[in-house]
Design a protein around this ligand. Structure first.
Ligand SMILES: Cc1ncc(COP(=O)(O)O)c(C=O)c1O
Length: 495
């Protein structure tokens, strides 16, 4: 291989050339510029590139190998030692903190990527790559390639009742990216605070705050975000997961939706609708349409392929009101250059051929059968618990009796090799005068169906000290339970 390495030597100083090469390479290793395992050019090539005799480089490589900086790998030349003196374990500060190694991971939010429709994707990706041509390999339009925006607008209209023209549809690097763009745009319109659901996503809270926008937690009840509290907060923008609230699973009923839209109109504000998890609605006849369809001028609709295909694709979208398009495009043009064209074209093919619809039809029954297993296991191992939010998605919100110590159950489960979150993990702020009910949020998308019962049996062991004891009600408690009571749809009628 003709690897290249950028170093130089100086002939005007006394230091021997071999030592200069060693110093330059060692410094790059110590500074983390040359990472463990990085291949180096052959002695012949490096000698030619920097204009020294080959024996000088051979001497330098041999010395550094003896000192443990480099290693010769049979048949593939010389590399930086994998256990480099400079320390091989350089984690990026942006990497997720690693989860403790456990046997069962019941955290919410994971995507079961083993379901990824690889063959169908490969054929779309291949067609996309072949059909791109020179112009397609140039910089893409900032809001996304035309064919994908058209496919998305028609898909979202057909499936979610979203009213948007392709010209107002923006392709993003996932929902998080779209949210960041909105948070950088709204201040230009005099909106610098945004309401976020409490409980809600701590990660989204971080994204919002990192843009300089102030996030104001607004309580959620059985019907979603509390409109009186939203009004009192004085914000003019709010982020909601109206169809399947994250994490409680509450579905906002029509009256609350109307109240939310009235609020937005009264404050001349904007609703950002994160259409989280609605692809996995089990009874399609009951799937609530997007709020955006009721007022496309006040609601920005957002979604992504992260949960339905794979988060690694980093592909999402925003359906924007016409008046907001220019400002969001301007915010975007100042920070990025659009999304990868080949992936966009492949997704456009995938949608056009109806492969997303087909993929979801295959997945829903699988998730439904996992849900049924979870429900049975919760009933068996967590007596007294109530399951919420089971009409859709890949997790359930399990409310526990008031006397249960939620943190102790979560810790006890972890000691038994089950990683899951308690309701408190999603609490973004205390709600004055309210004692939240203990809860467990149980994700079932990345645990094997055959493992669900065993994993929940372990959680049940951690819960056992509380089972069977009578609940003593707290002095003040949530006025209304969160989420809908359990009702698993019969054979999911999928259109
Ligand atoms: C509440 C919520 N909405 C949306 C998403 C999807 O984000 P993205 O599209 O950036 O992967 C997530 C990811 O976990 C989430 O937790």
């Amino acid at each position: 291989m003709s690897w290249h390495l950028t170093i130089s030597v100086c002939r005007d100083i006394d230091e021997p050339l071999s030592r200069q090469i060693q110093s330059a390479i060692k410094e790059k290793i110590r500074n983390g510029v040359l990472l463990p395992g990085v291949p180096l050019p052959s002695s012949r090539l490096l000698a030619r590139d920097i204009g020294v005799s080959r024996s000088v480089v051979v001497e330098a490589y041999e010395q550094m190998s003896a000192e443990g900086y480099l290693e010769a790998v049979q048949g593939s030349g010389t590399r930086v030692a994998t256990r480099s003196i400079a320390g091989a374990d350089r984690r990026s500060r942006l990497d997720e903190p690693s989860a403790p190694p456990v046997r069962w991971d019941l955290r919410v939010g994971a995507t079961d990527v083993t379901n990824f429709p690889l063959q169908e994707w490969l054929s779309c990706y291949q067609r996309a790559t072949q059909s791109l041509g020179p112009s397609g390999l140039s910089y893409p339009p900032i809001s996304g390639i035309a064919s994908l925006r058209t496919e998305l607008a028609s898909y979202l209209g057909r499936v979610r009742g979203v009213r948007v023209e392709p010209a107002h549809t923006m392709v993003t690097l996932g929902f998080a990216h779209g949210l960041g763009l909105l948070c950088r745009t709204l201040p230009t319109m005099g909106i610098d605070r945004i309401g976020v659901e409490n409980p809600g996503s701590g990660k989204q809270l971080q994204f919002i705050r990192s843009t300089g926008m102030r996030a104001v937690p607004v309580p959620v009840d059985a019907d979603g975000v509390d409109i009186d509290a939203l009004t009192r907060s004085g914000v003019r923008a709010v982020l909601v997961t109206a169809a399947h609230q994250f994490p409680t699973g509450a579905t906002m009923p029509p009256q609350r939706r109307q109240a939310l839209l009235r609020w937005a109109s009264d404050v001349n504000g904007i609703i950002i609708e994160d259409d989280y998890d609605t692809e996995f609605w089990f009874d399609q006849r009951e799937r609530p349409p997007a709020i955006q369809g009721c007022d496309p001028e006040r609601v920005v609709y957002g979604g992504s392929l992260s949960k339905v295909l794979a988060p690694g694709l980093r592909l999402g979208w925003l359906a924007l009101p016409e008046w907001l398009v220019g400002a969001v495009e301007a915010a975007r043009a100042s920070s990025d250059q659009g999304c990868d064209s080949i992936t966009q074209l492949a997704v456009s093919e995938f949608l056009r051929a109806g492969l997303l619809d087909r993929h979801l039809r295959r997945l829903r029954p699988r998730y439904r059968s996992r849900l049924e297993t979870v429900v049975q296991a919760v009933r068996r191992h967590l007596p007294g618990a109530s399951i919420r939010g089971a009409s859709a998605g890949r997790h359930v919100y399990v409310e526990l009796p008031h006397h249960v110590d939620e943190a102790a159950v979560v810790e006890g489960a972890l000691r038994r090799s089950v990683l899951l979150r308690g309701g408190g993990h999603f609490r973004l702020a205390e709600i004055p005068g309210v004692t939240p009910r203990p809860a467990l949020v149980i994700g079932y998308s990345s645990v094997r169906p055959s493992d669900i019962n065993e994993a929940l049996a372990r959680v049940g062991e951690a819960y056992a000290p509380y089972a069977g004891r009578r609940a003593s009600r707290p002095a003040v408690h949530l006025t209304r339970a969160i989420g809908q009571p359990l009702r698993i749809p019969r054979s999911a009628a999928v259109p």
